[in-house]
Design a protein around this ligand. Structure first.
Ligand SMILES: [Zn+2]
Ligand SMILES: [Zn+2]
Length: 299
């Protein structure tokens, strides 16, 4: 595994077919001012499932990526059903609905999901508290991906139905303006209006918000920021759309995804598929800004 630093910008190619596709995928229309906020649509789960299956081909973590794709299939179906409760309560119902749709999981995972779906409200509430507070115990880990999937489903459905005018954000916000969640990654936009703008993407409700690009998301420093990427880790194709923006003022990093390189990229999926980059930066003792909800660890 090797890392390279690069300050070279992604080339500003002329408006190509790929760029047009990327703009459409990002919900952008040439000639209109970019909004500082992008609310999600629930079709994100179907797009994620497709992206994960593409990334899984020949990937060292292919089985894991296909497992998360199966979750995304179920999320797509459940998110299309109406919510009855506010998202803070709806997630438990969504969890049981997901369990009903996931009957072909590998043995251990299916057992964990069955046990989870049969848990009483107090047990679920306590588990959700540990999950949200980064205080999961070893015995919680098998349930964690299902919990993440249920929270995403409930909060994304909620966010998708909001009026954008009812949500306020600012250009240095580090938490999601809708659900308070952490960013999973930044995405560098393409196109004439918002090309070069960075949006941070919430890993829970999938809202994206504009964040000034020139400064570190953690400390605001702009001088000590550089980019890293991983070339060919363990026989895995390098993901050319993903770099890490490292800050040497506070020793933290955030992944930056380039839509121009992969118009169908998905922040959660592409982050999972580039874990090698996190491992490398962890070895160098960089601290990750934000989390991927599918990478919960016992605390
Ligand atoms: Zn959010
Ligand atoms: Zn910093």
């Amino acid at each position: 595994m090797t890392a390279s630093s690069s300050d070279a910008p992604i080339s500003e190619a002329a408006m190509s077919e790929a760029t047009a596709a990327a703009m459409a995928a990002a919900g952008l229309v040439p000639g209109q001012s970019p909004s500082p906020l992008r609310l999600p649509d629930t079709a994100i789960f179907a797009r994620r499932a497709a992206r994960l299956r593409t990334l899984a081909e020949g990937h060292a973590m292919g089985d894991w990526l296909r497992f998360v794709a199966a979750l995304a299939d179920a999320q797509a179906a459940v998110a299309a059903t109406p919510a009855i409760l506010p998202p803070e309560e709806q997630w438990a119902a969504d969890l049981r609905a997901l369990a009903d749709r996931l009957d072909t999981l590998p043995g251990g995972a299916r057992e964990a999901l069955t046990a989870l779906a049969a848990s009483d409200a107090d047990t679920l509430e306590a588990l959700a508290g540990r999950w949200a507070g980064d205080a999961l115990e070893d015995g919680d880990l098998a349930a964690a991906p299902f919990l993440a999937a249920a929270f995403q489903t409930a909060w994304t459905r909620h966010a998708a139905a909001l009026d954008p005018a009812s949500v306020t954000t600012h250009a240095t916000a580090t938490a999601c303006p809708v659900c308070g969640g952490a960013p999973v990654a930044g995405v560098l936009q393409v196109g004439m209006e918002s090309g070069g703008l960075r949006y941070l993407h919430c890993g829970i409700c999938h809202t994206a918000w504009h964040h000034v690009r020139s400064s570190c998301v953690a400390c605001g420093d702009g001088k000590d920021v550089s980019q890293r990427f991983v070339e060919g880790a363990d026989g895995t194709e390098a993901n050319g759309a993903v770099r890490a923006e490292t800050c040497d003022a506070c020793h933290s990093y955030l992944k930056l995804l380039f839509l121009e390189k992969a118009p169908d990229l998905d922040p959660v999926a592409d982050d999972l598929a580039t874990l090698a980059l996190d491992l490398l930066l962890g070895e160098e003792e960089y601290r990750r800004i934000g989390v991927n909800p599918f990478l919960a660890v016992a605390g």
